[in-house]
Design a binder for this molecule. Sequence first.
Ligand code: GLV
Ligand code: MN
Ligand code: MN
Length: 426
Amino acid sequence: MRIPVDIAAMGARATEMLDALGAISQSGDNLTRFFLTPEHRRAADLVAGYMKAAGLDVSEDALGTLRGRWQPAGPEAPRLLIGSHIDTVANAGRYDGTMGVIVGILAVEAVVKAGLKRPYGIDVLAFGDEEGTRFPTTLSSSAAVAGHFLPSWLGARDADGVSLEEAIRAYGKDPADIPAAAYDPDKTIAYVEAHIEQGPVLEAEGEPLGIVSAIAGASRLSITVTGEAGHAGTVPMRMRRDAFAGAAEMALVAEKIARADRHGMVATVGRLHVEPGSVNVIPSRVVFTLDLRSGSDISRREALTEFEREAHRIADARGLGVVISAFHEVGTVPCYRDLQLRLRNAAADLGQRAPTLPSGAGHDGQAMSRLCPVGMLFVRCRGGISHNPAEYASPQDIGLAVAALVRFIERFELPQLAGSVQGAEQ
Ligand code: GLV
Ligand code: MN
Ligand code: MN
């Protein structure tokens, strides 16, 4: 059975929904929507409405992850999961994450409307903590669904000192219910996510769709450098213990390590807090973050060791203290070969080549890979720009992604995947 999909109409509807979600923000002049905030609540309510209108049964777990369930074979049947996230970075674009949720809803809606019969169900998931921008707990909502939520995360605090546990309660949920968010691995077939590429490759190749081979591993560190405050006008340069100058040298070392790497390693210092933060006081304490990623887990671990060694050398040479702690660590996740093939065949049904490419960005699939096989479909985005308000994917490309997921589901007749061979090399 070929389900009719009007690609242009689907793309237009998806864009309208994304525009409505893009207007839900903590900030008056940009899109910022963090985990477990009132704006997360409003966005989740809107998405729940879209899910219901698509014919799905909607529920929500203790971390606010929405589930829209299509259950043609009853509630106990195995599930195919399709999802992405609805939290954003600060000053975000409106496609990162949210597009995958909307594409999933529209694809399943088309399947529901067509009256397709399947011996399994499909759950569309909308996660709330993919970006890790509020708490240092990146991927906690997908980890809970995968059955790997760590209770110690409940003590993590946001910039205002609110703990994750407090935020969960303020959202109207009970942390005691987190274990119930986990899916049964024996009844979970796979997790599939559509996402904008967030890079320039598909645009350069003139291809609207791509198939992800693997999601690069990542480490996130918090580095605290301590020196001594002093008068900016009186302390000679040779007598200073300037925590910021030391932190700056460490940031440049991280950049140098990444540039020298042969596996496309990337290093980013994205957050930096200087104390006491006065124009005329030598900084006494600096806390900064380092986000380090690579397609090779081996080279990422070597780089971490080298960075730590260099940071201590710099601190010693400058008479500073340094403490380094890791708050997020996830290995490279290969996408399941059978899912790559199925997604490529679905794209081929639409006349699309859908080249294979790795993902440098992190995704909920990294946490979901501990539950089940993972597959990802990338959608071209203009200029490869993401984590930026200029982020853009065209309605036509988004409509194609909806159609590709519809073809993927059509071809997915039995609740099993072929083989157990994972797809990527280290
Ligand atoms: C999420 O977007 C990440 O890759 O940091
Ligand atoms: Mn994302
Ligand atoms: Mn993102």
